[in-house]
Design a protein around this ligand. Sequence first.
Ligand code: FE2
Length: 355
Amino acid sequence: MASHMKIEPMVHDVGSGINFGAHVSNVDLENASETDMAILVEACYRYQVLVLKGQGHLSPRAHYEFTERLNSAAAMGHGNQHINKASLLSPDLNTVPHQSQVQIIGNGFVREHQGAKDLKLRYPHHRSSHSTIIADQDDMEFTRFYRWHIDAALYGDPLPIATTILAVTLPKRRMQTVRYDDGTGDELLVPLGTIAFASGETMYDLLSEEDKAFVRSTRVEYAAHPYIWMGRAKSHPTGLGLISEGKELDDDQLPPVDPASIQILPMCWRNPVTNRLALQVHSARVRDILYRLQRPGIAPQLVYAHDWEEGDFVIFHNRGLLHAVVGSLAEDEVRIMRQCIIAGTEMPEGPEEVV
Ligand SMILES: [Fe+2]
């Protein structure tokens, strides 16, 4: 069946170094054909962030089913094994009662949403996880990248390919300035509650030839339960990487470890459509080296800060990008988003050079 879908690459400001993002229209996510799905998968790999406007009607069930279909189709040659794909969401998060794979995130008190009652949503604030913080009197005007990450447990199931987020209710739009606070003077003006994206592919492209050779030929063994292990460690003021202060948990403080669940992954992953390599290393022990390799890729002119409107449905390529929650919301700034994160079926592909 022919598809009428329209894909228009985003046009970024003059001087911007952002080389990803596209707007998608003329597709019904609840009744997408196989052709539509194939086009969306190709676009997700090629443009990394896809924005679809006016999707507020999407039910949590349709949201989940679409995300599941997208991730299955995106597994490409690896087949449509509809194996029991686990949700990567932690059980204590707020989820839609009748569609547990869909998480409710946001800010403020919500009396009822999709059958979930008396939700006290808390927007992540950098004061809980950064080594230094912005002074209280500046907190509504200035903010930070909370934590650059990909959506992955990095333990057990293969990481998700595409994450999807729907903006349901947003507070009144205002601007905030992200401060990097790392001595560079770097700043970025962003809309309140943006999600910031940086390209792991650009991060790789910016490396010296020597560093490229290093990351192409190196694998990383992740800690067991890495996010629990590093839960108390603080991050740099840029939200990138962790500072080593010996705050990680000891083995006996972690849940039981299944050695088969420990992940060993290449430091860069190949995009199956464009063949570009993305630098993707997270929560690893080699922190100082990693920070030096990753920091150039989050320079202000390389960061896409999505300007949310209610009804926006955003699909992003989790294995190609890094993303960060951004902003300081006041308690009465109510925001409701629905997010779906589904584990993949296969590990990402590395560069051929890895042995
Ligand atoms: Fe995330």
